[in-house]
Write a protein that binds this ligand. Structure first.
Ligand code: FES
Length: 142
């Protein structure tokens, strides 16, 4: 069996939603301290709906494929659905990632969460801090 699924290869070769949103509602930047890869996610949110999403990823192929798929999964969806997106769902949508590459999909989940947190903070929207358990210890995005 090939190491990477067709979908991983497709999203790696033709990543969707690459770029920057200048007037983003929320921006999240996360990194993986071990591999050094960095991902930045930009969200445009209107009336609680993610109307646009873009990403920049300086990282491995799996991180690029994961960011691309994650942006596709949340585009046009309500904020609550984006909050609930897990790295498992991203990996499943890609028809799986090799076990040693699963952490790359975690970067996508964390990037989206960091962008949502930025959106909540900027707009004084109350949220349950326990939904961002890693933020205090990590500190990447603030
Ligand atoms: Fe770093 Fe994939 S090896 S995110």
């Amino acid at each position: 069996m090939a190491l990477y699924s067709e979908k991983v290869m497709d999203h790696f070769r033709n990543p969707r939603n690459v770029g920057v949103i200048e007037d983003a509602s929320g921006v999240g930047e996360v990194g993986n301290a071990v591999c050094g890869d960095i991902m930045k996610i930009y969200l445009k949110i209107d009336n609680d709906i993610i109307t646009d999403v873009k990403f920049e990823t300086f990282g491995c192929g799996s991180a690029i494929a994961s960011s691309s798929m994650a942006t596709e999964l949340i585009k046009g969806r309500p904020v609550s659905e984006a909050m609930a997106l897990t790295n498992k769902a991203v990996a499943q949508a890609l028809d799986g990632l090799p076990p040693h590459k699963l952490h790359c999909s975690v970067l996508a989940e964390e990037g989206i969460k960091a962008a949502l947190k930025d959106y909540f903070d900027k707009n004084n929207i109350p949220y349950d801090k326990s939904q961002f358990p890693d933020c205090d210890s990590c500190g990447h995005c603030h």
